[in-house]
Ligand binder design. Structure first.
Ligand code: NAD
Length: 335
């Protein structure tokens, strides 16, 4: 039995995590669930965006499934997401994006973005002076080696064929140059059959839209990975299609890549696909690959049978789409 911490969060978080949890419960009885609070709802109830009790629950569980939080306007706000990534040493952010039948504007996409998750712009190190603001962006050899090693290992174990290093070393010669040189060294030393490729972030963004099939696994720095994964999600059909996993040596947190979507919160129109697929990623991480595959196949089956969500111009909201996924799982009418 594995213990999963559920953190619904704010906005559409509780809606899509409710759908994902019902799929997980239908898929296996080898999970037990505990629930914690995070985000604005946690602040209102406990005076903290990431209460200590929540962090303890995350640490004592085998994995966590998290929805999304809304960022308040307060200037001294520290993101609970950045905090748990740091506290749990979740150095790798794995963001697979694939289109399903009847989704995707530029042809099929099946790309995995491996995003460095611990430094770069996200250390929020900003210094004001009379003339403006200086933002410090740190790139360390250790973080580059960890994330590139993770990407190589992931690609080899997943039977992937190539890794593209995405960077801006033509401008950020020292910092992105360090990332690129470590990539070149590790790929040449890996002795693997993986093809090594390199692209500047700007041209990679363009190619993801015009020719997504040229990418297999992408490894990149923190902010580039954040932006590129939303570009890839757009190509697949929208933000509702991008699951993600934050992975470290001991802990893991899986979450849809999207935010709390206040514009559609409470309407029942949120696409739960990214949350459901984040649950499947979590199962694979917990060595339950077959169960994960049955969920992924059921999602693909729901789309290929024409059950389209609102973001694709269809008529299915979170609950009715999830019902079709559950039906596909029950009837094994999978692809
Ligand atoms: P967002 O991802 O919440 O929404 C962007 C757009 O995509 C919106 O139009 C929204 O309706 C749509 N969208 C997102 N998820 C969808 C889904 N599952 N189905 C259908 N449509 C979906 O980004 P935003 O609007 O820039 O941010 C809203 C809030 O979320 C902000 O407070 C932001 O800081 C926060 N945020 C949180 C996280 C997180 O918790 N990890 C990540 C990103 C943004």
């Amino acid at each position: 039995m594995k213990r999963v911490c559920i953190l619904p969060g704010d906005g559409i978080g509780p809606e899509v995590i409710g759908c994902a949890t019902s799929v997980l419960k239908a898929a296996t009885d080898h999970l037990e669930f505990v629930e914690g609070s995070i985000g604005q709802s946690a602040f209102e109830a406990h005076g903290a965006y990431l209460p200590d009790e929540t962090l303890d629950l995350m640490k004592s569980s085998d994995s966590t499934l998290f929805g999304a939080v809304t960022t308040p306007g307060a200037p001294d706000y520290v993101s609970p997401v950045l905090k748990f990534r740091k506290e749990l040493d979740l150095f790798a952010n794995l963001r697979p994006v694939r289109s399903f039948a009847r989704t995707g504007a530029s042809g099929p996409i099946d790309v995995v973005i491996v995003r460095e998750n611990s430094e770069g712009m996200y250390t929020q190190n900003e210094v004001f002076d009379d003339t403006g603001v200086t933002t410090m962006r740190r790139v360390t050899r250790r973080a580059c080696e960890r994330i590139i090693g993770f990407a190589i290992d992931y690609a080899v174990r997943g039977g992937r064929s190539s890794i593209c290093c995405v960077h801006k070393a033509n401008v950020l010669k020292a910092s992105d140059g360090l990332f690129l040189s470590i990539f070149r060294n590790m790929m040449s030393g890996a002795g693997s059959t993986l093809k090594a490729d390199e692209q500047l972030i700007d041209s990679a963004a363009m190619h993801l839209v015009t020719d997504p099939a040229r990418f297999d696994v992408i490894v990149t720095l923190n902010m580039y990975g954040d932006i590129l994964s939303d570009v890839a999600a757009g190509v697949a059909g929208g933000l509702g299609f991008a699951p993600s996993g934050n992975i470290g040596p001991k802990h893991s947190v899986f979450e849809p890549a999207h935010g709390s979507a206040p514009d559609i919160s409470g309407t029942g129109k949120a696409n739960p696909t990214a949350a459901i697929l984040s649950g499947a990623m979590m199962l694979r991480h917990l060595d339950m690959a077959e169960t994960a595959l049955s969920i992924e196949r059921a999602v693909a089956s729901a789309y290929s049978s024409g059950h389209l969500t609102f973001d694709l111009g269809g008529r299915h909201g979170s609950e009715s789409f999830t019902e079709h996924v559950l039906r596909a799982m029950r009837s094994r009418e999978t692809l």
